[in-house]
Design a protein around this ligand. Structure first.
Ligand SMILES: [Zn+2]
Length: 81
């Protein structure tokens, strides 16, 4: 059964990505599999799911709020001087 559902398990391979940074990330974090976007890409590339890829993109493009955890009272240690 093959259908165009909102299946997030669709595989996207490194060849689909023009950006070398993202392609490199797929090569490192993906697994050998078949590209679901372009059958011409074959099944010998590293593949990640679309969900994984979009999650990674959000991480990269998201503005970093701050370098600290927004916890309260995280400065428990006094600074003796
Ligand atoms: Zn591909």
């Amino acid at each position: 059964m093959i259908g165009l559902s909102d299946d997030t398990e669709t595989g996207i391979c490194e060849k689909c990505i023009g950006n070398p940074d993202f392609a490199g990330w797929i090569a490192q974090n993906g697994r050998k599999g078949e590209c679901d976007f372009d059958s011409a890409h074959g099944n010998s590339n590293s593949v990640v799911t679309v969900e994984e890829f979009t999650g990674r993109m959000k991480q990269l493009i998201a503005p970093k709020p701050k370098g600290e955890i927004d916890g309260t009272g995280n400065d428990a240690r006094p600074h003796p001087r």
